[in-house]
Design a protein around this ligand. Structure first.
Ligand SMILES: Cc1cc2nc3c(=O)[nH]c(=O)nc-3n(C[C@H](O)[C@H](O)[C@H](O)COP(=O)(O)OP(=O)(O)OC[C@H]3O[C@@H](n4cnc5c(N)ncnc54)[C@H](O)[C@@H]3O)c2cc1C
Length: 534
């Protein structure tokens, strides 16, 4: 039997956090919040979550593609956002998926959409379900009669590789590890490694404009998409494979980031590269975070375009095991399939030294995962597994990922941090923590990622405390001129801030596109835009 994704947290059912790590987490957070220990809510079991009978029955012709299995319905009723994890731990399911459909071909997707249209059922495209913004949780309200989650996990193949142009035609439901494994034999790689790589899919990355491996240049999946095939209720659409085009607004760009509201992406031609063989990585300590930020700005404007360029403030560096809490740490690295990159690293370290940075360790070639950079990578991939254990202990954790131009960064960072710390104290009655790192940097500004931690006094308070802090931080992001999201997407949970960010005239244009492609507004109702009358 295939491994099942967890419905209550990150990863697969058999991904277990070792006791030693749990003890480390508990002692770190007990010290941080000044408490002796934590009451722990037990991990939920699927049978503890009661669901109403499905409101819709698939026709006989589609029955073999659909399931109402309890575990599958529960899994498809939540995303991986913190509010959804709180709901799971409360054993609450306010808006369950009625039916889960598992198409095996594009024609199945077409037939399923036809049926949902006839049945007036909301359609939720589902990749890996790793959305952290409520993107795959069915809507609680709306004029639809039921909710059908269309899970693309069986559309998981690399269909064609064009070694000359270095691109591949890949089905949308392909998970990260399988995608890379299928390309490996050709010596090629997509090199899109979001932290959620293991349990997320190509279609999900495209639908959410995911951010991946590269800290500079090819940051978003957008740049790696050559063409798309999309099934919409109004028909199937395929864009041309082109390395570039000046022919009007890009049809690809309409669907990239459309979060399943305009159609279901079934496959895409993706730009690949050769697997890197030359690497050089170093970590650099800064006594002052903002001097480190200046160094990162110099690097991002130098034309060197490091592959990795992620600075962590002192508290976050300590939490990641990179430093003792006195220093901010920059992890900087270069890679190439073609030429040595040591000279680029050398120049990057000179730029850092100009801003007071002290190189800790550097490594080339195969030892690239040693030292602080390696420790960061290990922790980075492990941290998501803590989230559900934190929720079980009434610790809430959330990340605010945004972007801002360099000249506004310092004030922007301070205002979000202050808003967060004040809200944490107001909500919980005790101090919390707000840390910052950069996930990506551009010549004109960084993408800061601020992580908040707070401790609620009881499971009953957790949701309210979470939203008090989330609202304060999100208000500060919008007031400061930033984006409500840099790469996690809008989903249900960023919607009210997204509405304040985007121009109203753009909302009208998007509404018209939605009306043309999804005339009954059944694809992911409530995401991105509502009908005129709402
Ligand atoms: C631990 C963790 C770490 C993360 N790290 C990152 C990160 O580093 N970078 C990053 O960008 N994001 C990150 N995320 C967020 C999430 O992984 C991304 O948004 C990812 O792109 C979602 O992919 P998925 O296949 O899981 O999509 P899902 O979560 O299943 O769906 C996301 C949205 O896209 C829609 N959708 C899915 N597939 C399709 C399709 N084929 N056609 C049309 N619409 C579709 C869904 O309806 C939904 O609205 C992280 C999440 C977690 C839990």
């Amino acid at each position: 039997m295939a491994k099942r994704l967890k419905f209550w947290g990150w990863g697969y059912e058999d991904d277990v956090v070792p006791d030693s790590e749990i003890r480390w987490m508990e002692s770190t957070w007990a010290a941080r919040f000044g408490v002796q220990g934590f009451d722990v809510t037990p991990t939920p079991k699927a049978e503890e979550i009661s669901l109403p009978a499905p409101r819709v029955t698939p026709p006989a012709s589609l029955a073999s593609l659909c399931t109402t299995d309890h575990y599958e319905r529960v899994l498809h009723s939540y995303s991986k956002s913190f509010p959804d994890i709180i709901r799971v731990y409360r054993r609450e399911c306010p808006a369950p998926a009625d039916v889960v459909a598992l198409p095996r071909t594009e024609q199945d997707v077409i037939d399923l959409l036809d049926w949902c249209y006839r049945a007036n059922a909301a359609v939720i495209p589902f990749g890996g379900g790793s959305s952290v913004v409520g993107g795959v949780a069915p809507p609680a309200e709306g004029s639809h009669s039921a909710a059908v989650s269309i899970d693309l996990r069986h559309l998981g193949r690399v269909l064609e590789i064009d070694a000359v142009s270095q691109s591949a035609r890949i089905q949308a439901g392909t998970f990260g590890p399988s995608l890379e494994a299928q390309l490996k034999g050709a010596g090629l790689t997509l090199r899109h490694f979001p932290q959620s790589f293991k349990c997320s899919t190509l279609g999900g990355w495209i639908a959410t404009r995911a951010g991946g491996h590269f800290a500079t240049l090819y940051t978003h999946i957008d740049d790696l998409v050559e063409s798309l095939r999309v099934v919409t209720p109004s028909g199937v659409l395929e864009t041309r494979r082109l390395p570039g085009s000046g022919a009007g607004p890009s049809p690809d760009r309409l669907f990239i980031g459309s979060e399943g509201t305009l159609g279901i992406i079934t496959e895409a031609w993706m730009r690949l590269r050769r697997r890197p063989t030359f690497r050089a990585t170093a970590s650099v300590r800064f006594a002052d975070f903002y001097r480190g930020v200046d160094a990162v700005r110099a690097l991002s404007q130098s034309g060197l375009y490091p592959t990795n360029c992620r600075i962590l403030d002192a508290e976050e560096a300590q939490y990641n095991g990179l430093a003792d809490g006195r220093f901010s740490v920059l992890v900087v690295g270069f890679e190439s399939a073609d030429h040595p990159v040591d000279a680029a690293l050398k120049r990057a370290l000179e730029l850092c030294a100009d801003h007071g940075g002290e190189a800790e360790a550097s490594a080339g070639d195969d030892s690239h995962l040693e030292g602080a950079a390696g420790r960061w990578r290990e922790r980075f991939m492990f941290l998501p597994f803590f989230k559900e254990h934190m929720a079980a202990r009434c610790i809430f954790r959330d990340a605010y990922e945004t972007a801002i131009t360099w000249e506004r960064f310092k004030d922007f960072h301070a205002s979000i941090r202050d808003a967060g710390l004040n809200a944490l104290r107001k909500a919980t009655g005790r101090p919390g923590s707000v840390t910052c790192r950069f996930t990506h940097v551009y010549p004109d500004g960084p993408a800061p990622y601020l992580t908040f931690h707070g401790l609620s006094s009881s499971p009953e308070r957790l949701m309210q405390d979470y939203w008090t802090v989330k609202s304060a931080a999100s208000d500060a992001i919008i007031a400061g001129g930033g984006s409500i999201t840099h790469h996690h997407a809008v989903g249900r949970e960023h919607r009210r801030w997204y509405d304040r960010q985007r121009p109203e005239l753009f909302a009208r244009a998007l509404r018209s596109a939605k009306q043309a492609l999804d005339p009954k507004w059944l694809l992911n109702p409530g995401l991105l835009v509502d009908p005129e009358t709402a």
